[in-house]
Design a protein around this ligand. Structure first.
Ligand code: IPD
Ligand code: CA
Ligand code: CA
Ligand code: CA
Length: 262
């Protein structure tokens, strides 16, 4: 079944309600500190029971409410997804798990709802700050119901960037970038860093080896405010594989692309 615009208005409301519900569960779990923590690939890669339970919560809700929608989530449900035909929810149940475990802040629930591979709804929920960034295709993006204005193109020497420190070790051209911009930050939560670009707290976010669930929600937001996101080669993002990311205002995207391709 193909959804209409009105269907997506309702789906967005429902997704936001579920996201707030999942956020309450995460806060309760954090308060009780009783969840199990384990490493996945290496010490940089943590997962907790809470990540898995949030994904299971969305899987159950989606199956019961929208039986023809599919879920691609980080904690296992991605294995079912080999294409993006129809309506697919791309979910990171907790983006920034290391922050969740070590800092009790700066983590988000990220959802991109895509139709035939194109973003329709974006949700990035900063759980501890109760900040709901959301967007609907063609209708713009909001932060806590307030319209987010179109993205501003600052000059490079007045811009603030964020990137994953590991990428600095991989690509020494970023050293030049560090010298040319006003400041560099690293928050460790890709979805929120993309939302920060959308609201102008950051002018760009650069990272590598990001999965579709890290970027699907943030990308949906960003396009609604006139931002630009591609991989490091300037190619369109592919929501079926891991890749590099350059997300920015259009002019900063151009400036950074110029530096990193030199
Ligand atoms: C991670 C965060 C982090 C990024 C990593 C991601 P996770 O997601 O978004 O900022 O640098 O590449 O894997 O594992 O906390 O969901
Ligand atoms: Ca992870
Ligand atoms: Ca993530
Ligand atoms: Ca995650």
């Amino acid at each position: 079944m193909k959804e209409s615009v009105l269907d997506f208005v309702k789906i967005k409301q429902t997704a936001e309600t579920w996201t707030r519900e999942a956020g309450e569960y995460i806060k309760d779990q954090m308060a009780s500190s009783s969840f199990a923590i384990s490493t996945k690939a290496n010490q940089h890669d943590l997962v907790t029971d809470v990540d898995k339970n949030v994904e299971a919560f969305f899987l159950d809700k989606i199956k019961k409410t929208y039986s023809d929608h599919r879920l691609m989530g980080e904690e296992g449900s991605f294995e079912e997804i080999k294409d993006l035909n129809g309506t697919v929810w791309i979910l990171d149940p907790i983006d920034g798990t290391i922050n969740f475990v070590h800092q009790s802040s700066h983590f988000a629930i990220s959802i991109g709802i895509y139709q035939d591979g194109h973003p329709v709804i974006g949700i990035v929920y900063d759980v501890m700050n109760n900040d709901m960034y959301s967007s609907l295709k063609g209708e713009g993006a909001t932060l806590n119901e307030e319209k987010i204005p179109p993205i501003i193109n600052h000059p490079l020497n007045e811009s603030i960037l964020s990137f994953n420190s590991g990428w600095m070790l991989e690509d020494r051209r970023l050293e030049r970038l560090v010298k040319e911009v006003r400041g560099v930050r690293s928050y460790g939560v890709a979805a929120l860093e993309m939302a920060y670009v959308a609201v102008g707290k950051l002018d760009a976010y650069i990272s590598f080896n990001l999965a579709p669930w890290d970027i699907a929600g943030g990308y949906a937001l960003l396009v609604e405010v006139g931002g630009k996101a591609t991989n490091y080669e300037g190619k369109p993002l592919d929501f079926l594989k891991k890749d590099t990311l350059l997300a920015a205002s259009p002019s900063i995207h151009k400036d950074i692309f110029h530096i990193i391709t030199k």
